[in-house]
Design a protein around this ligand. Structure first.
Ligand code: EPZ
Length: 422
């Protein structure tokens, strides 16, 4: 397995290009199952999760072709010849459950492995299943698989989510586009990835209103046609790299960055004393000389502070002047980066969903281990400002969600390299 070695090297400067959003692409790709006509995505990120979704769709009979070094994904599902998403693929990536809604809506039946939990929590899919049942689906759980059928096709219904779920909203939204009649999703997720999916589905002929609000209304249609759609900018990659100059000092321009995608995060980052300016190319972030002030952070569904930026923000707050309290409200076990940051000298006290971080003047480089995607990049960010060398192992987690992380950070002056584990 590879390792990434980071050596604190002072202030950064230059530009980092921001790619298309992993979490948008992972829901846009299954949308190809809704139509027998081609769906092409542009601005796609080059990530291992995208390769996993590609393999899953191909296992169902879809044609998926990667063009222009992976930035274009051309798909065609004119013939779905297998209706079972097997455990060996689904267990690698939870987003695989997103083939359930579209396959059921188009084909009237689907068998999808339950994804199982992951490092950050149990992450059940009960809300996905209840949403499809509200549209007339008949579901049976057997041997770790969901057997779903809708003999006469799905019917429009009211889906009232007890709490916000991004994936369940996406599954229900896709399924509803081909259901007979009107579907109303209440307490729907409002993330930019939902808006992006709705915009793509509308290009395919779907009739959708209200995306980005808590109520989405879908008028089912008989069929959807093909489309070409650009994947929205990755707000989590954006926020992650905004933290690089915040932690190490200097000034970095995030090319393609849009403040509206990360407003809550920007307000917290500015409260620490970091400057953010909108430019023609994107967002310029700088911290010149002054220290970082402690701030409290609570993760919430969009438009609140994103849970996917909590680990990265914690790395910054480890060197803040004062005490910061981070409340993780979305997942039950999303502080696994804390013990690794503590190996670098951070002072963090974790109780349940609350982490209290007492800032220290400087972290010290150390061997640390990546445990999940966002935790792994928070260790790299910490290494940018730490004294000496930080060696991050199990970096395969990183490859799931960050393309060319070493190249992007090297490009702004970081001392960072990827090596084969000794
Ligand atoms: C999406 O996961 C993202 N993944 C996650 O990003 C992100 O952290 C999460 O949304 C929250 O924003 C993708 O889009 C591929 P949820 P998802 O359904 O859809 C519970 C990353 O790092 N829940 O909004 O799985 C669930 O356990 C990943 O890129 C149920 O109980 O998240 C969690 O506690 C990590 N039952 C909470 O709801 C359900 O049926 C929110 O989950 C569904 C979810």
């Amino acid at each position: 397995m590879d390792q990434i070695i980071v050596t604190g090297n002072g202030a950064l400067s230059g530009q980092i290009p921001i790619a298309g959003a992993k979490n948008a692409c992972l829901t846009l790709m299954p949308a190809t199952l809704l139509s027998e006509e081609p769906l092409t995505l542009t601005n796609a990120p080059r990530l291992s999760d995208i390769q996993t979704m590609t393999a899953l769709l191909q296992s169902l009979g879809a044609e998926v072709t990667s063009l222009q070094d992976g930035q274009v994904i051309a798909m065609s599902s004119h013939a779905i010849d297998n209706h079972t998403a097997h455990y060996d693929i689904v267990r690698k990536m939870r987003a695989s459950i997103l083939v359930l809604g579209p396959m059921l809506a188009r084909e009237g039946h689907a068998v999808v492995s339950l994804p199982g939990g992951c490092a950050i929590g149990a992450r059940p899919v009960d809300l996905h299943l209840k949403a499809l049942e509200a549209m007339g689906a008949e579901l049976e759980l057997k041997d770790g698989y969901v057997h779903a059928c809708a003999p006469g096709g799905l019917k429009g219904g009211v889906v009232a989510f007890p709490f916000v779920s991004v994936g369940a909203t996406e599954n229900a939204l896709m399924a509803a586009t081909l259901a007979k009649g009107t579907t109303v999703l209440k307490n729907a997720a409002k993330e930019p990835e939902i808006v992006d999916l709705a915009q793509c589905l509308r290009k395919m002929g779907a009739q959708i209103d209200g995306e980005g609000t808590e109520t989405i209304t879908i008028q089912g249609v008989d069929r959807l046609h093909g489309a070409t759609h650009p994947v929205v900018t990755d707000r989590i990659e954006l926020g992650t790299y905004m933290l690089a100059p915040a932690i190490a000092g200097g000034e970095v321009e995030l090319v393609g960055g849009r403040r509206d995608l990360v407003e809550a995060f920007c307000q917290k980052l500015e409260a620490t004393g970091v400057h953010i300016n909108e430019t023609d190319a994107g967002l310029k972030v700088s911290r010149n000389g002054n220290g970082i002030q402690a701030v409290d952070v609570t993760t919430e569904p969009f438009p609140g502070f994103p849970t996917d930026l909590q680990a990265q923000m914690m790395a910054l707050l480890c060197t803040a002047d004062g005490v910061s309290v981070l409340e993780e409200q979305i997942f039950e076990n999303r502080f696994m980066h804390a013990p690794e940051l503590m190996r670098m000298g951070a002072q963090i006290d974790v109780h349940g969903g609350t982490a209290t971080v007492t800032g220290v003047p400087r972290l010290k480089g150390a061997p640390v281990m990546a445990t999940d995607l966002r935790a792994s990049v928070s260790l790299i960010l910490a290494g940018l400002a730490a004294e000496g060398e930080t060696v991050v192992s199990r970096v395969y987690h990183l490859d799931r969600g960050y393309e060319h992380v070493v190249g992007k950070l090297k490009g702004v002056g970081a001392l960072i390299e990827r090596v084969r584990e000794t």
